[in-house]
Design a protein around this ligand. Structure first.
Ligand code: NDP
Length: 295
């Protein structure tokens, strides 16, 4: 069984990005810039935003965090976004979710210039991705990170049956769409499962590649997995653990202890898909910079 080390791959990727940023600085005398907006004081979001800013700086890119109070109106937020859309030093704009309930996520997604939408959530980017025009869009960071893991671990995908459990707009749907495309690291036959799927175990047991993006701790058990399958666990779930100082620990959607011995390769949680998401965000920011400078 191969334990797919997302921490290591993401570190390699960030080092590669750092080299590229250094070369760009020498060539065009400027570097990519990512601006993250956070509205309100959700502690988990604050941690995510801090990590994004830290990784950004490590690669030599410019990083700005705009912290807005929870009572910021939607119009104020949209004005901020508009200013960033028009700022040539900003190549990536990300608005951290979740947003306070008085702000409509869709309006925010639509307000971001698609050429700076490094999250890949704007319908223009989603549409180009579905059409397979991957050089004309930004791919949503979590599925993109999974493709990178499959590529770097040279996992054979052509003609394999990939079963994706979960159909969210940020993970399940883009993941399924990408696995369907005719790329070296995809080209699969794809099945998507969700909460209304009947006899789900029958489908997951057919998977050569099983992607779990559900949001339920240890949901995928041994009896749902074909021996020899490649298992990609996207889930990040907190469960109580009195032995930890924090009182909790993170687990995936896959019961790792049970499933890992029968899989051919598996991503752990933490240290699998999670670290790749930030690395791909930085990759997308660099790509945006290259496009803006016609490089
Ligand atoms: P969502 O809650 O948006 O989507 C969950 C999906 O799982 C839905 O499509 C839902 O079906 C499906 N689902 C829920 N319960 C069941 C069930 N009993 N049987 C079958 N399908 C079910 O979650 P996200 O996609 O945003 O995230 C999924 C997980 O991945 C979470 O744990 C999240 O924390 C994690 N995550 C990790 C990231 C990373 O960087 N590693 C990034 C993003 C998310 P239905 O549509 O029918 O409701």
């Amino acid at each position: 069984m191969i334990r797919i080390d997302g921490k290591k791959v993401s570190t390699d990727l960030k080092n590669e990005l750092k080299t590229q940023v250094g070369e760009l600085r020498a060539k065009v005398n400027c570097v990519p810039g990512l601006t993250v907006i956070i509205v309100g004081e959700d502690p988990a979001s604050q941690v995510y935003v801090r990590n994004k800013a830290k990784s950004c700086k490590e690669t030599g890119m410019n990083s700005t965090v705009i912290e807005l109070p929870a009572e910021t109106s939607q119009d104020e937020l949209l004005e901020r976004i508009d200013a960033l859309n028009n700022d040539p030093d900003v190549h990536g704009i990300l608005v951290q979710q979740p947003l306070p309930s008085h702000i409509e996520e869709y309006a925010v997604t639509m307000a971001i210039d698609p050429s700076k939408d490094v999250d890949g959530f704007h319908p223009e980017n989603v549409g180009q991705m579905v059409l397979g025009n991957l050089d004309k869009c930004f791919i949503s960071c979590t599925p993109y990170g999974i493709l990178e893991l499959l590529k770097r671990y040279e996992i054979e995908t052509k003609g394999k049956h990939c079963v994706v459990v979960g159909r969210s707009n940020i993970v399940g749907k883009p993941m399924a769409n990408l696995m369907l495309q005719k790329l070296r690291e995809t080209n699969c036959t794809v099945t998507v499962c969700h909460s209304a799927t009947r006899n789900m175990e029958e489908l997951t047991r057919q998977a050569d590649i099983l992607v779990a993006a559900i949001g339920r701790a240890n949901f995928i058990t041994k009896d749902m997995v074909k021996p020899g399958a490649v298992v990609i666990d996207v889930g990040i779930n907190r469960i109580d653990d009195a032995s930890r100082k924090s009182g909790y620990r993170l687990v995936g959607d896959v019961d790792f202890d049970e499933v890992s011995p029968i899989s051919s390769a598996i991503t752990p949680v933490p240290g699998g898909v999670g670290p790749m998401t930030i690395a791909m965000l930085l990759h997308n920011t660099l790509q945006s910079f290259m496009r803006a400078h016609n490089l």
